[in-house]
Ligand binder design. Structure first.
Ligand SMILES: [Zn+2]
Length: 167
């Protein structure tokens, strides 16, 4: 595969198994310096899906990849389904989790990072931020993004984590 083609895949696709960003690396097992696309989140992950398709599905709060749902069920919400996790999150953070897609996105990202926002104390907390963007017509569009905050340890300052965009 050509390098340009690989770059294109990394730009347009995400890991089919965890939804994470893909990267290009030199294949460590042969000495030909062959490049390969891999998931840095887990070397056992294979395959990729289109980023747009994936993001759209998550934004709609549906068609979540089964591997991710099972990861959530296994790690985060045993014996519960994603909908219930989304409800719990919305109840706990009504100001940040304003709609199902926001909840789904946040839970997906927590699952990807292997952290649990539903235990107490939470390993991740969604915080809403309002941002303003000027549209081409000169109008100002207000957008609420949800930022994930990861507490380091109890009593220590928060630090910002991944930025999730909703809407
Ligand atoms: Zn992966």
């Amino acid at each position: 595969m050509e390098y340009e083609e690989m770059k294109n895949i990394v730009a347009t696709q995400v890991c089919a198994q965890c939804g994470g960003e893909l990267t290009i690396r030199t294949n460590p097992v042969d000495d030909t310096n062959n490049l390969e696309i891999w998931c840095p989140h887990n070397p056992d992950h294979h395959g990729y899906v289109e980023r747009e398709t994936y993001t759209q599905a998550m934004r709609r709060g549906e068609e979540i990849h089964p591997a991710i749902v099972s990861a959530i069920e296994r790690k985060m919400v045993p014996k519960d389904d994603l909908g219930r996790a989304m409800n719990l999150l919305a109840l706990r953070y009504p100001n940040a989790i304003v709609d199902p897609p926001t909840a789904a996105l946040f839970i997906m990202d927590c699952a990807r990072l292997d952290i649990d926002p539903l235990i107490s104390p939470a390993e991740a907390v969604p915080i809403p931020f309002k941002s303003r963007k000027k549209k081409s017509g000169g109008q100002v569009e207000e957008k609420v993004t949800v930022q994930m905050i990861l507490p380091r340890t109890a009593g220590s300052p928060w630090r910002p984590g991944d930025v999730l965009t909703s809407g």
